[in-house]
Design a binder for this molecule. Structure first.
Ligand code: 9YT
Length: 129
């Protein structure tokens, strides 16, 4: 059994900040934990906009705090995000995330990410090895 707390992750190797400063990701479970997915808590900072395109991953995201929105960049459709909202990028959907207040999100990635990945120029993480 694996048991971890946010307190022990903050400030460790599993605490990863975006290069543009838009988000911080606390990575509770990674590839080497052997669960078949990775599991993170992410805060998207208030006032930011982030373009994301997980070409090589599926991601499910559940909001547990804050206010924001997600725009589907293929259709232009915008969905509000607040406590209790889930979105799943089942089609590797290109999207833009806007945070009106700090957004607290719980995320799972399939395949799992392995460590300290940050977005590349397209907003993607590299494919699993
Ligand atoms: C919601 C989202 O994709 N935010 C970017 C960070 C990512 N969730 C991560 O690596 O935790």
């Amino acid at each position: 059994m694996i048991v971890r707390t946010l307190d022990e992750i903050i400030g460790s190797e599993r605490d990863v900040r975006a290069e543009n400063g838009n988000w911080v990701s606390r990575r509770f479970l990674l590839r080497d934990d052997g669960m078949g997915f990775s599991f993170h808590e992410t805060t998207i900072f208030a006032g930011t906009e982030t373009d994301i395109w997980y070409k090589h991953h599926l991601e499910a995201v559940y909001c547990v705090g804050g206010e924001g929105e997600i725009e589907d960049l293929a259709t232009g459709i915008v969905h509000p995000i607040r406590d209790g909202t889930l979105y799943a990028l089942d089609r590797h959907d290109r999207h833009k995330l806007r945070a009106f207040t700090d957004l607290r999100l719980v995320c799972a990635f399939n395949p799992p990410i392995s460590g300290r990945e940050v977005h590349d120029k397209d907003g993607a993480y590299p494919p699993a090895e």
